[in-house]
Design a protein around this ligand. Sequence first.
Ligand SMILES: NC(=O)c1ccc[n+]([C@@H]2O[C@H](COP(=O)([O-])OP(=O)(O)OC[C@H]3O[C@@H](n4cnc5c(N)ncnc54)[C@H](O)[C@@H]3O)[C@@H](O)[C@H]2O)c1
Length: 313
Amino acid sequence: MHKPILIIGACGQIGTELTFELRSKYGDENVIASDIREGGEALMQSGPFELLDATNYAAIEDVVMHYEIDEVYLMAAMLSATAEKFPMRAWNLNMNSLFNVLNLAKEKKISKVFWPSSIAVFGPNTPKQNTPQSTIMEPSTVYGISKQSGERWCEYYYKKYGVDVRSVRYPGLISWKTMPGGGTTDYAVEIYHEALKKGSYECFLDSDTELPMMYMDDAIRATVSLMDSPAEKIKVRSSYNLAGMNFTPKQMADSIAKHIPEFKISYAPDFRQEIADSWPSSIDDSAARKEWGWEPRFDLDQTTLEMLKNLKG
Ligand SMILES: NC(=O)c1ccc[n+]([C@@H]2O[C@H](COP(=O)([O-])OP(=O)(O)OC[C@H]3O[C@@H](n4cnc5c(N)ncnc54)[C@H](O)[C@@H]3O)[C@@H](O)[C@H]2O)c1
């Protein structure tokens, strides 16, 4: 039997679906969901839940000891757009939560950690097309700075203390079970909701802003596959580049219009345009493919099909 797992930040866009997946794989009682707030009804009823503040080391330690937790997935963070409004709160949450979990692993209270990074670690001086695994980073957002620092600390804890920490740089994630949590790629979820509700959408990014994106099922599969891989296969201990698809708001609107011909998109770029402009357009994920067998399954049109089908209910 798999040893118990704790998910911190389980009620968010990724945490919700990760909790369902890990519960179906390892058993409902074996996966403890936690968050600073309660989540959706389906999540709350699917297994054990603890109210937990990711910045409180003693509280996490209590839960870890109580349930004899072996692995922690740390999903709590402040995302890119919100972090620009609350820089110090973002830094405190994103860094202290990571230190708490890394230190629990350093003290051998848990044996494995998953912590997500992001394409936001890259900045305006990074090569934009097919961004390599190792390259100039220089992130220009609060969120990106916290993720890049987090990556450095993950690698440090692995090298100095032998902590088995694993990470991917998620692209923008598209899903229908929960709404996104304040990121720069949120448009790619909102657009489907508005297309079905109103037949139109005003996008906060320009028509030709190409960004790396991924359908949630691929992101969850990547996460589980990375965590299942034998430790010796995981050569990158900062964070792996991970790619699914790349597209612009215009291309996404065209994909929706194949199903809703009257769909109209308009553009009113706001402060998030500058963030998007500092990020890559496409990502080279060959290290993840080679070292632990990563392969995406969903392209834009398949994503549109899934999103419209599931949101229609
Ligand atoms: N969604 C994306 O497109 C995307 C892309 C790249 C990286 N990521 C990363 O993946 C992780 C999860 O992202 P998400 O999209 O699910 O975010 P989200 O905002 O949807 O969810 C984060 C969850 O953390 C919880 N939380 C906030 N403060 C907390 C605290 N102090 N203690 C405990 N829980 C707290 C929130 O209540 C929320 O449920 C984050 O690290 C994020 O940076 C997400």
